[in-house]
Design a protein around this ligand. Structure first.
Ligand SMILES: [Zn+2]
Length: 425
């Protein structure tokens, strides 16, 4: 095992802490997409000093992009002495709002008791900092390495990634021959490798009715009662059926190792806002329901949709005046990188070297930017691996452990060594 490489990372302990704290001080809250440009420039400036070619790519025309809130991404690349594979570290720089319940300033970058606190510390500025430290240490110890290293800081992951990784993937930043292997330092815990995620289908179901005076509902047709029938059928048939579908995907937490569906919202009839006075009584002629269906590698999207439309069609046959529409809002296919893929093997060797154990292989219950890298960029040698503790993401007093960052940076550096130099020593 390479002691010099690990020493170079130990020597950077203060650096990884300072870098994480600096990144937290940019309040890159999404929505609306605050401070993206200065944060991207900060990353670009640092990497440029180390010899990286840096580019800033604004995703004009993507959701939320305005002159006040420009969607600015940074991509930095360092080419080694000779041709070879390219390893790309991709981190999102956006964070969710701080919310209530903090005992420290969420954007001050407080360092205390071996931890760095702040919104985004765990998800995922600590991971970004660890990957930068890993790359810099590797480049110092092996200045003659073949291939290339890329580091990107991208926006809007928390809102779907359309102005971030999806945009860059469309421009070719996440495709061969430019990139071969991708590591996303999302907070999945330092001894686990995240191979992918479950699939997503969001849809809006609308039941139709006929407006009438609320005192004579029999003259109209109540769309909310029709939706009640839909919900009853979901309770009686769909939810129990989904609960029986288990997957071989190692999803964490274990409750997500089966098919799930959430009802995100329901709205029918008049507004709940009674200002400036009481509304007049009506039979609602429309009711809308948004569903969030998470599905498994073993299921295909057509079947997933068919389970819902099958119920709706049956109600149409059996229930008087029942009519509906259904609109797709989002579709993401499930993803699982194989365990013998090069990037999985390389990071597994790193985990083995640092923690003297086999990694846990996990699947995320929700999606992240890997979906765009696979679907648009067609790079399938991709994992999420980073130092943050998953359960701390998006919570008050979010933190990342300093030792966790140092150890995960060592794992990433060994991963680089395996992927670029073909050796752990
Ligand atoms: Zn994240």
């Amino acid at each position: 095992m390479n002691e010099r490489l690990l020493q170079a990372i130990d020597d950077r302990r203060d650096d990884v802490v300072a870098l994480t704290a600096d990144l937290i001080r940019f309040p890159t809250i999404n929505p609306p997409g605050e401070a993206y440009r200065p944060c991207a420039e900060f990353i670009g400036t640092r990497l440029k000093k180390r010899g990286f070619e840096t580019e800033f790519i604004r995703a004009e025309g993507t959701p939320g992009d305005t002159d006040r809130y420009p969607r600015v991404n940074v991509v930095a690349r360092f080419d080694g002495r000779s041709p070879g594979a390219c390893v790309h570290f991709n981190s999102h720089i956006d964070v969710v709002e701080a919310g209530d319940g903090w005992t420290v300033d969420p954007f001050a970058g407080v360092v205390r008791d071996g931890r760095v606190y702040g919104r985004g510390a765990c998800d995922m500025k600590g991971g970004l900092a660890a990957s930068i430290i890993a790359a810099e240490a590797f480049m110092e110890v092996y200045p003659d390495f073949p291939g290339a290293i890329e580091v990107s800081g991208t926006v809007d992951e928390e809102s779907g990634g359309f102005g971030g990784v999806a945009h860059l993937a469309r421009l070719g930043y996440f495709s061969k021959p430019r990139v071969d292997h991708v590591i996303i330092p999302e907070p999945l815990n330092k001894d686990r490798i995240c191979l992918g995620h479950r699939g997503v289908w969001w849809a809006e179901i609308e039941t139709k009715g006929e407006i009438a005076h609320g005192s004579m509902p029999f003259l109209g047709d109540n769309a909310v009662r029709h939706m009640g029938a839909v919900l009853q059928a979901f309770e009686d048939e769909l939810f129990p059926a989904l609960d029986r579908k288990m997957t071989r995907m190692p999803v964490v937490p274990e409750g997500a190792r089966r098919s799930t569906m959430n009802i995100n919202s329901i709205h029918g009839g008049q507004t709940e806002d009674f200002r400036p006075g009481l509304p007049s009584p009506n039979v609602p002629d429309s009711c809308r329901l948004t569903i969030d269906r998470r599905f498994l590698l073993e299921e295909d999207l057509a079947t997933v949709k068919g389970e819902v439309t099958g119920i709706l069609e049956r109600l149409k046959r059996e229930r008087k005046k029942f009519d509906y529409e259904i609109r797709d809002l989002m579709e993401v296919l499930p993803l699982m990188t194989e365990r013998d893929a090069p990037v999985v093997q390389a990071v597994a060797q790193g985990i083995h070297a640092i923690f003297d154990r086999e990694p846990d292989y996990v699947i995320s219950p929700g999606t992240y930017d890997q979906k765009h890298i696979a679907r648009i960029g067609h790079i399938y040698d991709c994992i999420a691996y980073g130092p943050g503790i998953l359960d701390l993401a998006h919570r008050p007093d979010e933190w990342v452990g300093i030792e966790d960052m140092v150890e995960s940076a060592k794992v990433m550096a060994i991963g680089l060594n395996v992927l670029l130099r073909g050796t752990t020593g």
